[in-house]
Ligand binder design. Structure first.
Ligand code: AKG
Length: 262
């Protein structure tokens, strides 16, 4: 089978592909340096436990507008993968260095453990409170042109867990229970006053994720991951372990229209 077919099949089957070393050490170091003032500013604005800058473009005086485009220009391997995966379903095929879209930066909370909990994007973090918008989300999940995200790690990063293949099916009972436990434990805030031990203790959550077949994504600095964000996934964050991971979207008009309509 052609390598490109294999890449596509793997993305379709698992819901993610892992790309080793899309950035070399020089590119990594200059990106860290360029983004550091924005991280300082985010912590000044949101406190020590800020864990994402979203969008990074919100910091225009700090992040030079060329930082992100320049970074992508140094990632031909990533751009090739984007072309292979999306040229048939997104027209024109996304050019990550030139297309304007919102980019986030994921960083480590300074003093507190934190987690997103297990979730599917939009379904669990947006108000899909009526049947119509929920059904619209369900239909959108079948579109290859939508819900495609990229993580590029500038430091080693093992925060993300994914349940392979879950983008192609509904939750099973155990997954449902774990998704709902976020609300029970105030997990997203990581600071439940009611059950502090459970809500900030990552051990039980990791065990539960392993038990239902989630995989911890082990990225080294310079690696990239392309993934469907309606897949079941969770971010587990530890203070004190430096994290700077670009969190970006593969732009499509269909996705943009969906995002503004919900
Ligand atoms: O921390 C990560 O890598 C994943 C973040 C995440 O789960 C999300 O933005 O929905």
């Amino acid at each position: 089978m052609e390598t490109t077919d294999r890449l596509k099949e793997s993305y379709h089957t698992n819901g993610f592909i892992f790309l080793k070393k899309v950035l070399d050490i020089n590119a990594i170091e200059s990106a860290r340096l360029a983004l550091r003032p924005a991280v300082t500013e985010a912590r000044r604005q949101a406190g020590w436990n800020a864990q994402r800058l979203s969008p990074l473009q919100k910091y225009p005086y700090i992040v030079h507008p060329n930082v992100i485009p320049s970074l992508y220009k140094l990632c031909p391997k990533l751009q090739r993968a984007v072309e292979v995966l999306f040229k048939d379903c997104i027209a024109p095929c996304p050019d990550m260095a030139n297309d304007l879209h919102h980019t986030s930066l994921l960083i480590e909370p300074k003093t507190m453990k934190w987690s997103t909990g297990l979730h599917r994007d939009y379904r669990d973090f947006s108000d899909l409170d009526n049947q119509e918008s929920f059904q619209r989300w369900q239909r959108a999940c079948c579109e290859n042109a939508m819900f495609n995200q990229i993580n590029i790690s500038l430091y080693d990063d093992d925060c993300l867990w994914i349940i392979p293949g879950s983008h192609r099916r509904k939750d099973n009972l155990m997954e449902r229970v774990i998704v709902f436990s976020r609300f029970l434990l105030d997990y997203r805030l990581g600071m439940s006053k009611r059950i502090p031990l459970l809500s900030t203790h990552h051990g039980w959550f990791k065990l539960a994720l392993k038990a239902i077949g989630a995989k911890q994504i082990m990225m080294c600095a310079g690696d990239a991951l392309i993934f469907r964000n309606h897949i079941l996934h969770a971010g587990i964050y530890y203070p004190g372990r430096i994290r700077m991971t670009i969190h970006d979207a593969v732009y499509s008009k269909k996705w943009q229209d969906f995002a503004v309509s919900i």
